[in-house]
Design a protein around this ligand. Structure first.
Ligand SMILES: [Zn+2]
Length: 184
C-alpha cells in the first residue's frame, strides 16, 4: 500500500473503519513517532484528530510488540530447550525432584546472544511496531554469537524458524488485540 497515512485519513473520514484499520496496520511499518522523521508527504492533507488516533494506535501497538519481546513467557519450554547452551548459559537452570526422586531440569536459561536479540527487538518495536525483517535480525543475531559451536549450530538450525514462523504470528496476534479509536 502506498501512502497508507493518506489512505487511512480518507477511509476514517468516510467511516470505513475496517478499511481504515487495515491502512493503520500498514502505517505500523513507518517510524511515525520518531522525532527526526518528517512524516509522509501526504501529511499536510490529514486532519489532526485522525492523525492523533493513528499515532495513539501506533504507540499502543509498539508497546504490545515490546511486551512480546520482554515477557518471553510465551516462548515456552520447547524454545528454551532448543536455545539452551550448557557452555554459554550463565546458570544451570532450575531443577526439581520428580516422583522417583530424580532431579529434573525445569528451566533452560537462554544464552546471552538470544536474550540480547530479544532486547534489541524491544527497542525496534518502540519505533516500528510491525512484524520484523527476518534476514536483518538473523544477521544482527549472528554478530552477538560467541565462538561456540553449539550456539552457532542453534543460530543456523533454529533461529530462522523462530524469526519467521514463531515470532511474527505472536506479534500479529498481540497487535490484533489493540483497538483503533475513531471517536473523540
Ligand atoms: Zn554456546
Amino acid at each position: 500500500m502506498s501512502k497508507p497515512v493518506g489512505v487511512f485519513a480518507v477511509e476514517a473520514r468516510h467511516g470505513w473503519n475496517d478499511l481504515a484499520l487495515e491502512a493503520a496496520k500498514e502505517c505500523l511499518k513507518l517510524p511515525l513517532r520518531e522525532s527526526d522523521y518528517d512524516g509522509p508527504e501526504e501529511l499536510k492533507y490529514v486532519p489532526a484528530i485522525p492523525y492523533q488516533r493513528l499515532a495513539q494506535y501506533h504507540y499502543r501497538c509498539g508497546e504490545a510488540g515490546r511486551g512480546v519481546c520482554k515477557s518471553r513467557h510465551w516462548i515456552g519450554e520447547e524454545w528454551e530447550r532448543k536455545m539452551y547452551c550448557s557452555t554459554c548459559a550463565p546458570t544451570p537452570g532450575l531443577y526439581w525432584k520428580n516422583p522417583a526422586g530424580i532431579h529434573v531440569r525445569v528451566t533452560h536459561p537462554i544464552p546471552p546472544w538470544f536474550k540480547g536479540l530479544l532486547e534489541s527487538m524491544e527497542e525496534k518495536f518502540a519505533v516500528i511496531p510491525a512484524p520484523v525483517d527476518e534476514p536483518l535480525l538473523l544477521m544482527r543475531a549472528m554478530d552477538g554469537v560467541p565462538n561456540c559451536p553449539s550456539c552457532r549450530g542453534k543460530v543456523q538450525g533454529f533461529l530462522p524458524e523462530f524469526l519467521s514462523a514463531t515470532l511474527p504470528p505472536k506479534i500479529t496476534s498481540e497487535i490484533a488485540k489493540i483497538e483503533l479509536k475513531f471517536e473523540l
